[in-house]
Design a protein around this ligand. Structure first.
Ligand code: ACO
Length: 377
């Protein structure tokens, strides 16, 4: 059957899914039918993760059980810590996370992905342990000891505690929680698709998530949040924004944190993050990066008018993490801590009706060429 070739599979459905939906023309994002604005204002990351994984908002007892299961699985084996200690100090934390998640699977070798109970515990372990791995690598690579998780702290309090060795103020843990909700899921993006290709071979969930982490790292996907902060630092002041952007666009370069395959209006997550920035910087002091970012958005709207290119989720998230004192290289791992919920929700869904991904290609090479012996080439 002949098909049109769609570079980047743009607009080509790769699955049927009830996990989330984006209306790119209206700028609407829903997880399981619930608008992202409602979830970010009223839910928590773990409640949202449960919604994504199991299809509905959990009842009180269900949420208590899920939260407690996560809290009890935050610890990581000392061999994983040893593995992290062996990695180069200058290594990218996404590579460390990918290696550690792949290794994690070796400790929990249940290979039967049709075992629903086993799959639940794999999901719990992955959501619970990713923050511990990220925080451990952040500390170990600068020569500090790994800080074990504390069961009395909630998900985000505990992550920031393991990272900084102090229990954060509510404003920081709450802000991070909202960021995690906003990053938890986003339909058929590159990292989700990557995980689904791996999942379609019936590989174990640790391998699925390790694959997705690899795809998320790239600067055209999750890695853009790092690039945004580098760009804002390079620009320096609001006055420098216009000449910087003009030069960049003349050179046909991309403005990082702008543009999206699906959204043709401003990404609703960027709007929510901007509101979060406004509140946070009012309460906790201004951010020079934010002042530059606002000017970038204003000038870019003028220079890119008519192209449907607006800020995406990566534009404002890094500014928040920077204000929290988190190193730039850890922004994308934080994205992964959130997105693992979405990856696993798609994996659960996929297992109900799996078909091995095996797309086609349009062959443009030659046929029937003679093999020429090496001495005659
Ligand atoms: N800066 C300047 N121009 C842009 C940008 C940008 N960030 N994004 C798109 N455009 C322009 C393109 O130059 C193109 O213009 P043209 O028609 O005159 O050639 C037009 O908009 C369409 O661009 P495409 O490349 O066809 O759009 P695509 O859907 O393939 O790209 C992508 C989406 C890859 C995200 C792109 O917008 C980009 O590179 N953005 C910067 C990186 C980034 O922020 N990535 C994070 C995305 S969100 C996420 O993954 C979590």
């Amino acid at each position: 059957m002949p098909h049109d070739f769609m570079p980047g599979l743009a607009g080509v459905p790769a699955a049927r899914s009830a996990v989330s939906d984006v209306d790119g023309q209206r700028g609407v994002l829903e997880y399981r039918g619930i608008r992202i604005e409602d979830l970010s204002a009223r839910s928590t990351f773990l409640e949202t993760a449960s919604l994504l994984l199991f299809g509905r908002l959990p009842a009180k007892l269900e949420l208590e059980r899920f939260t407690s299961d996560i809290a009890l699985h935050r610890r990581i084996k000392y061999r994983i810590i040893d593995l992290l200690k062996c990695l180069p100090e200058q290594g990218h934390p996404m590579d460390a996370l990918q290696a550690a998640v792949a290794a994690l699977g070796m400790f929990y070798p249940g290979r039967n992905v049709q075992d629903i109970d086993n799959n639940y515990w794999s999901a719990v372990r992955l959501i619970a342990k990713l923050p511990t791995i990220v925080a451990a690598y952040a500390r170990l690579r600068r020569g500090d000891d790994h800080i074990p998780p504390r069961d009395d702290l909630n998900f985000c309090e505990n992550f920031l505690y393991m990272l900084t060795d102090s229990v954060p103020q509510k404003v920081w843990s709450h802000t991070l929680d909202v960021c995690l909700i906003l990053h938890a899921e986003h339909t058929m993006n590159a990292s989700t698709f990557t995980g689904m290709v791996t999942g379609s071979t019936l590989a174990d969930p640790y391998t699925v998530v390790a694959s997705s982490i690899g795809a998320l790292k790239g600067p055209l996907h999750g890695g853009a949040n790092e690039a945004v902060v580098h760009m804002l630092r390079e620009i320096g002041t609001p006055a420098q924004v216009r000449p910087y952007l003009k030069k960049k666009l003349q050179a046909k370069e991309r403005i990082m944190g702008f543009g999206h395959r699906v959204y043709k209006v401003k990404d609703p997550r960027a709007t929510i993050l901007q509101g979060l920035c406004d509140r946070l910087f009012r309460e906790c002091g201004a951010s020079p990066l934010y002042e530059v970012a606002l000017e970038v958005e204003r000038v870019a709207a003028e220079l890119l008018r008519g192209k449907g290119v607006y800020p995406n989720v990566d534009f404002y998230s890094g500014i928040i993490y920077d204000k929290m004192g988190i190193e730039v290289e850890f922004f994308t791992p934080i994205f992964a801590i959130a997105r693992v919920a979405g990856w696993l929700a798609h994996w659960f869904e996929q297992l109900q009706e799996n078909k091995l991904f095996r797309p086609d290609q349009i062959y443009e090479g030659e046929h029937d060429r003679p093999y020429v012996p090496i001495e005659k080439r």
